[in-house]
Design a protein around this ligand. Structure first.
Ligand code: SF4
Length: 472
């Protein structure tokens, strides 16, 4: 779930039409004197519920009649002629997500501390967000209107949490009755209409693993290529999500799952020519196994669900080191390695830290630049939460004594996508003030850029900028 995609559910009530958030200078919208705050009510006589409707109803149209409610309360009817490809230059308010009516055993909302940001409690279940951002839905409460919309507006692909094709098990996991749990007809209808589906299984030991998992994968594989992939991700327990019906995922469970699923993947590759069912990176890391190679992931169909991130990171990192090697000749002239007094610390989750440490050691080895990796414990959520994206300001502060060198880097993914704030509500500026060295939030591309420049700016910058200027 992308948090920014669900924020409107707690900050806005849904009103008719869609509100304009911005109008680009010199655009068709600006010429028409549209302004921020105006609402588009109808296009060619058809109601507009959100920006997807606007996009769909104006696509390919050269003559468009747009009904607008101005911020002043006036109603305007605009008759617009434009070139087919001409953009309106309008951006719109975010979509207010629909919420689910399930009571999943493993729902992450139940795993939040009470003080967590309200948007973390939004149980979004929205086919529009599924299409736009890859958010998973269970399809249990999709309405006829939404179904028709997916098909008419070709909101493809859709991301569907299947969990188990055994109805009894699916109903148990979702906390609903079997009739509602049965989505076979809904999936068939989408697939028959040419909507592609990516499926997900949240793997819960002793509930939907073993034979149930095999059957789920087999049933979904029978729908390939219309169902194009399955992500199998492990249950995550926090100290707040401790339902006695759930069994924790252990390294031994991960090893067994890898053995079983590797066998299934082999059969699928022989039969379908693709791995089709992918295990989450976390399963390999917790098992203490290497993640599979590049070919295993194909075109990374489930990367939005974190599947193949470690492989992708490793490949990008290798390419980066080769690029720097070529530029500096570090490999050809080992004695000529850059010697540097510069050093810093990268803070990340305990799961990824060992992988990162291995890669970072190559940097020190080759370029003489010292980077330490600190594995930050997640005390906020507790349990077995170990990924970087769920670390909070308080967690980083607890680990700050371990920081060495002239600066610290923390993962960009630990901040909200549209605002420099962490899951416990701490603002990034607030965190930076409490460190003795400059702190930077980086994703891979900003890290790569910093590495290529020898971290010159980061080391020089004893007075860090107050805003997040780093690439996202
Ligand atoms: S579908 Fe289940 S896991 Fe998702 S938000 Fe609803 S209750 Fe939570």
């Amino acid at each position: 779930m992308y948090e920014f995609a669900v924020t409107p559910a707690v900050t806005q009530i849904r009103r008719r039409g869609v509100e304009i958030a911005e109008v680009s200078a010199g655009s068709v919208g600006a010429e028409l004197e549209l302004e921020r705050g105006d609402r588009i009510m109808r296009v060619n006589g058809r109601a507009v519920r959100d920006y997807l409707d606007f996009r769909f109803q104006t696509a390919g149209e050269t003559d468009v009649v747009v009904d607008v409610r101005k911020t002043s309360g006036e109603d305007w009817e605009l008759n617009i002629e434009r070139d087919e490809a001409e953009d309106f230059g309008l951006s719109f308010e975010q979509i207010v997500p629909r919420q689910c009516a399930n009571e999943c055993l493993f729902c992450f909302c139940k795993g939040n501390p009470e003080t967590a940001r309200p948007s973390l409690f939004v149980r979004d279940e929205d086919v529009r967000l599924s299409f736009l951002y890859g958010n998973y839905t269970t399809l249990t409460s999709i309405t006829e209107d939404e179904m028709r919309r997916v098909i008419d507006q070709r909101l493809t692909p859709q991301y569907v949490s299947v969990h188990a094709t055994d109805l009894e098990v699916r109903a148990y996991l979702l906390g609903i009755d079997k009739e509602r749990a049965d989505i076979s007809g809904k999936m068939r209808r989408m697939l028959d209409a040419g909507i592609e589906i990516h499926a997900q299984v949240v793997l819960c030991p002793e509930i939907n693993d073993g034979e149930i998992l095999r059957r789920t994968v087999d049933d979904l594989a029978a729908l390939y290529p219309r169902v194009s992939s399955v992500a199998i991700v492990p249950l995550g327990l926090t100290r707040y999500l401790n339902d006695s019906r759930l069994t924790a995922v252990t390294p031994e469970f991960c090893r067994r799952t890898i053995r079983e699923v590797t066998e299934i993947q082999r059969e699928l590759r022989a039969r379908l020519g693709t791995t089709f069912a992918f295990l989450g990176d976390e399963i390999y890391l917790r098992a203490g196994c290497a993640v599979p190679g590049r070919k295993h992931y194909g075109d990374y169909p489930q990367i939005e669900d974190g599947i193949g991130m470690v492989r992708s990171f490793t490949n990008q990192f290798d390419a980066l080191v080769r690029r720097i090697d070529r530029r500096t000749g570090a490999v050809a002239r080992p004695s000529g390695r850059a010697q540097s007094n510069q050093s810093g610390t990268i803070m990340t989750g305990t799961l990824f830290a060992p992988v990162l440490r291995k890669h970072v050691a190559r940097i020190t080895e080759r370029f003489g630049f010292r980077l330490e990796v600190v594995a930050v414990e997640n005390d906020y959520f507790g349990g077995d939460v170990s990924v970087a994206g769920l670390l909070t300001g308080g967690d980083f502060l607890s680990a700050r004594e371990q920081v060495r060198g002239q600066f610290a880097v923390l993962p960009r993914v630990a901040l909200k996508s549209d605002e420099p704030v962490m899951l416990d509500g701490m603002r990034f500026e607030e965190l930076r003030e409490q460190f003795d060295v400059p702190v930077f939030a980086m994703d891979f591309s900003s890290f790569a850029a910093a590495l290529e420049s020898g971290f010159a700016n980061e080391c020089r910058d004893s007075k860090p900028p107050g805003s997040l200027a780093l690439a996202t």
